[in-house]
Design a protein around this ligand. Structure first.
Ligand code: 3H9
Length: 699
C-alpha cells in the first residue's frame, strides 16, 4: 500500500512499505527556500520516528534537482531552519538516506546530496558549487563533505571555478556513486530497494577522512592573491577547504563563519544583482510575444565586426551568407571567421567536427542579390550614413517580405536608416561589441516604427547566440557608447589636469577594471575614437576643454596603440611602458592651455571617473534611452568590462549614496560648471529618498 502526504507546498512523502520517498517540488529550479528547508527537516524527523521505514530516498520533480539555496532570500533576515542544520539532520539520520540527482544539482542542492548516505546521478546530470559567482562560498557543508568524497584538489577546482562538471566526471571523482538513466522517481524506488537488499552501500560522508595537502593550499592561495586580488570569497573558500582536515563539526563551524562573512560583503550584493540583472533585461514585454523565424542570416561586411558577428551566428548553428564588395574583403572575412572558429577549438569551446560544419554553413558572396532568401540581414560596414542609406535602399528591393533588416551601427540614427526603406517596421539596431563572438552584450535598438515582433525576434536572436540582449532607444551612441563618450571626457580632463595615463589606468585597475582606459584604447586602436571625434567635430563646443586634444595629437603622429607599436604606451620591449613621447605631447598641450598640473590620488581618480559615468547613466535612464537602471548596469558588465562584483555603475551609485554623489558633482562643478551638472532625476531621487534599486523594482 502506498501512502502519499504533502508536508507543505514544496515537500511530500510517498511511503510504500519500508521505503519512503521524499519529493521536492518547488518550480522552476527547486531552490531550497524556507518551505523546502522546513519540509525536509519535518520529513526526516517524521520518518526517523516511523518504525517500518528502512530507507529514505530524496528526489525532485520537474526539470532539475535542487539548483541551490533560494538566492532571493539572501540579504533578508534569515529564517530557521538553516540549510546546514537540515543537512546535518539528514546525515545524522539513523535510517539511510540516499539522493537521486537529475538536471543541475548546484550549490545547496549538491550539498544536500553530499549530506546523504549515497548519491545516484541520472544521465545528463551536472553538479557544481557556483557560490563563488555570487560572492559566496558553499555554506552548507560543501567545503567539508566534498573533500571527504572527492579530495581537496577536486573541491578547490569546483568551488573556485564555479563551473559545473558532468555526471561522468563527478562519478570518476567519487562525488556521486552511480550514473544511471531513467525517471528520478523510478530510480529512487529501485535504488532504495537496493539499499534494503544490501547491493547499494551507504555511509555518512562525515565518517570519511580528508588527506591534507599543504602544497595545494599554499599554491592556490598565492595564485589567488595574484589573479583575483579584488575578490573576497575565493580567499575564504581556500580557508574553509583547508579546515576540512579537522573533525567535521569543527570544519562546518569554520565554513559557516566564512560563509556569513561573505554574505556581509557588498561584493555579494553586486554579484547577485548581476545574476538577476542578466535575467531581468529580457524579462520585459518588448522581449515577449510573437517572433519571426530566423533560419538564415545575411551579414554585410567582412571586417572585424562582420566576421565576429558571422562567427557568433555560426557557433549558434545558423547558416550565414556574408557579402563584401571585393574579393579581397571576402577572403579576409573568411580568414577571420576561420581563425575565430579555430580559436574556439583551441579553447575547448568547439569540436573539430563542429568547426567543419560551421565553415560549411558559411557562404561568402559578392552579390547583394544573394540576400534574397535570408530571414535577417545585419549590416556591419563602417560608420557612414551615406553608405548605410545606400545599402538599406538596396536591401529594400532585394530582401524577401518579412525579412528583418538590422544595422550594427554604434552611433547612427536607426530611424534615418529605416527611412531609406519602404518597410521601416522591419528595421532595428543590433549593436554587437568587439570581439562579437566573445562579448556577450547585444544592444537591441528600437526604431520609432520597429514592429513588436521584430523587436521580440531581436531578443530571441540574442538568446540563441547566448548573448545578453538589452533594449535601447535611438540616440547618439545608444546606452553604452553614449555613457562612455561622456566619461571619456573626464578621463581626458584628469590627464590634462595632471594625472598621467598610466596613473589613471592603475587607479582604475585598482577599482576592478580588467584594463585601464588608455590600455583599452591602445588595444582597440586609438584611430577608432579619433575617427569618431572627426565625425562629430562640427558638434564640438569650442568652450569644451575636454575635447581630448592630446588624443588627437597622439593619433596625428600615426600612433594608434598596439597595432602600430606605440600609443599611450610603448610596446617595443618585453613589457609595455608609458610612452615618453606621448607624455611630452600631453605636457605640450598643458602649457598651450595654461594648465598647471596637479597631483591626483588614486581615490580621486576613481571618484571622478565613476561619478562622470554615473551622471550620464542617470541621464540615459532619465530620458528613457535605457528602460531601467539595471539595463545600464548589464550593458556595462557585459560590454565594457565593468567589474561584475560591483554590479554595474548604478548599483555602485546606490552604494556611494545619492547625497555623496550630488555633493561630489557640485564640488567638481565649481571647477567646471559646464561639464559637471547634477541630472534632474538625481535631484528628484534625493528629494524622494529613492534608490536605483527602488527604480528597478518599479520597472
Ligand atoms: C547556495 O546554494 C548557497 C549554499 O551553499 C549555502 C546556503 C546556506 N534561487 O537561469 P534560469 C530562477 S547559493 C532563486 O533562467 P536556466 C531564475 O532567477 C546558490 N531563484 O534557467 C529564473 O527566474 P525568472 C547556488 C533562482 O534553465 C528561473 O529560476 N546556486 C535560482 O537557464 C529560471 O532560471 C546557483 O547559483 C536560485 N538558486 O538555468 C544556481 N536559480 O524566471 C543559480 C534560478 O523569474 N542558477 N532561479 O527569471 C542557475 O545557475 C540557473 O538558474 C540554472 C537553470 C542552471 C539552475
Amino acid at each position: 500500500m502506498t501512502d502519499t502526504r504533502a508536508l507543505n507546498d514544496n515537500i511530500s512523502i510517498e511511503q510504500s512499505g519500508d521505503i519512503a520517498l521524499i519529493c521536492i517540488n518547488n518550480p522552476p529550479v527547486n531552490a531550497s527556500g524556507l518551505l523546502v528547508r522546513q519540509g525536509l527537516m519535518a520529513a526526516i524527523t517524521d520518518l526517523n520516528a516511523t518504525a517500518e521505514v528502512k530507507v529514505i530516498a530524496i528526489y525532485a520533480a520537474g526539470r532539475t534537482f535542487v539548483a541551490g539555496a533560494d538566492i532571493k532570500e539572501f540579504g533578508k533576515p534569515p529564517v530557521e531552519p538553516f540549510l546546514p542544520d537540515v543537512f546535518n539532520a539528514i546525515e545524522a539520520s539513523s535510517i539511510p538516506v540516499i539522493s537521486i540527482l537529475h538536471g543541475t544539482a548546484l550549490g545547496g542542492g549538491f550539498e544536500l546530496a553530499l549530506a546523504t548516505h549515497a548519491r545516484i546521478g541520472i544521465e545528463g546530470l551536472k553538479v557544481g558549487l557556483p557560490e563563488v559567482n555570487l560572492g559566496l562560498l558553499p555554506g552548507a557543508g560543501g567545503t567539508q563533505r566534498l573533500p571527504r568524497l572527492a579530495g581537496m584538489a577536486f573541491t578547490m577546482d569546483m568551488a573556485l571555478g564555479g563551473k559545473p562538471v558532468n555526471g561522468a566526471t563527478a562519478l570518476e571523482a567519487g562525488a556521486i556513486d552511480r550514473l544511471v538513466s531513467g525517471d528520478p522517481r523510478k530510480v529512487a524506488l529501485s535504488a532504495a530497494q537496493e539499499v534494503i537488499d544490501g547491493t547499494l552501500p551507504t555511509r555518512p560522508t562525515g565518517s570519511l577522512a580528508v588527506e591534507a595537502d599543504p602544497d595545494l593550499l599554499e599554491a592556490t592561495a598565492n595564485k589567488l592573491r595574484m589573479k583575483q586580488p579584488h575578490l573576497y570569497s575565493p580567499h575564504k573558500i581556500v580557508e574553509a577547504v583547508a579546515a576540512s582536515v579537522k573533525p567535521l563539526e569543527e570544519g562546518l563551524q569554520i565554513e559557516r563563519a566564512a560563509f556569513l562573512s561573505c554574505m556581509d560583503t557588498p561584493q555579494r550584493a553586486g554579484l547577485i544583482h548581476a545574476f538577476f540583472g542578466e535575467r531581468a533585461v529580457s524579462n520585459i514585454p518588448e522581449a515577449k510575444g510573437d517572433t519571426r523565424d530566423i533560419a538564415k542570416v545575411g551579414i554585410i561586411g567582412g571586417g572585424t565586426m562582420g566576421s565576429g558577428i558571422a562567427t557568433a551566428c555560426l557557433l549558434a548553428g545558423l547558416p550565414v551568407r556574408m557579402i563584401e564588395v571585393a574579393q579581397d574583403g571576402l577572403d579576409r572575412g573568411l580568414a577571420t571567421v576561420t581563425n575565430n572558429l579555430e580559436g574556439a577549438v583551441k579553447r575547448g569551446k568547439l569540436t573539430e567536427a563542429k568547426k567543419d560544419a560551421a565553415l560549411a554553413a558559411f557562404q561568402p558572396s559578392l552579390m547583394m542579390e544573394d540576400l534574397s532568401d535570408v530571414d535577417l540581414v545585419i549590416e556591419a560596414v563602417f560608420e557612414s550614413m551615406d553608405v548605410k542609406r545606400d545599402i538599406f535602399g538596396k536591401l529594400d528591393v532585394i530582401c524577401k517580405e518579412g525579412a528583418i533588416l538590422a544595422s550594427n551601427t554604434s552611433y547612427l540614427d536607426i530611424n534615418d536608416i529605416a527611412a531609406c526603406t519602404k518597410r521601416p517596421q522591419d528595421v532595428l539596431g543590433l549593436h554587437f561589441f568587439s570581439p562579437a563572438h566573445v562579448m556577450r552584450l547585444l544592444e537591441i535598438v528600437q526604431g520609432k516604427d520597429t514592429a513588436p515582433d521584430v523587436l521580440a525576434s531581436g531578443f530571441a536572436f540574442a538568446k540563441r547566440l547566448k548573448k545578453v540582449g538589452v533594449l535601447a532607444q535611438v540616440c547618439d551612441g545608444f546606452i553604452g557608447n553614449r555613457i562612455m563618450n561622456h566619461y571619456a571626457k573626464a578621463v581626458g580632463y584628469l590627464v590634462l589636469d595632471g594625472a598621467s595615463p598610466a596613473e589613471v589606468d592603475q587607479a582604475l585597475e585598482g577599482f576592478g577594471l580588467a584594463m585601464g582606459p588608455h590600455k583599452v584604447g591602445d588595444l582597440a586602436g586609438l584611430d577608432i575614437g579619433w575617427a569618431n571625434r572627426k565625425r562629430t567635430a562640427d558638434q564640438r563646443d569650442p568652450a569644451d576643454r575636454y575635447a581630448t586634444p592630446h588624443a588627437d595629437r597622439i593619433c596625428e603622429q600615426g600612433w594608434f596603440g598596439r597595432k602600430t607599436g606605440t600609443g599611450y604606451y610603448d610596446y617595443s620591449g618585453d613589457r609595455p611602458v608609458p610612452n615618453p613621447a606621448a607624455l611630452a605631447i600631453i605636457d605640450e598641450i598643458r602649457s598651450e592651455l595654461g594648465i598647471t598640473p596637479q597631483a591626483f590620488s588614486a581615490e580621486e581618480i576613481v571618484e571622478r571617473y565613476i561619478t562622470a559615468m554615473i551622471v550620464e547613466a542617470v541621464r540615459v535612464v532619465e530620458d528613457g534611452t535605457a528602460k531601467r537602471p539595471v539595463d545600464v548596469d548589464m550593458v556595462f558588465l557585459f560590454g565594457y568590462g565593468f567589474p561584475r562584483f560591483r554590479g554595474g555603475p548604478l548599483h555602485e551609485a546606490d552604494q556611494i549614496g545619492i547625497d555623496t554623489l550630488i555633493a561630489r558633482i557640485e564640488r567638481y562643478g565649481t571647477e567646471d560648471p559646464r561639464y559637471w551638472q547634477v541630472p534632474a532625476l538625481l535631484r528628484k531621487m534625493q528629494e524622494d529618498g529613492e534608490t536605483f534599486a527602488g527604480l528597478n523594482r518599479k520597472g
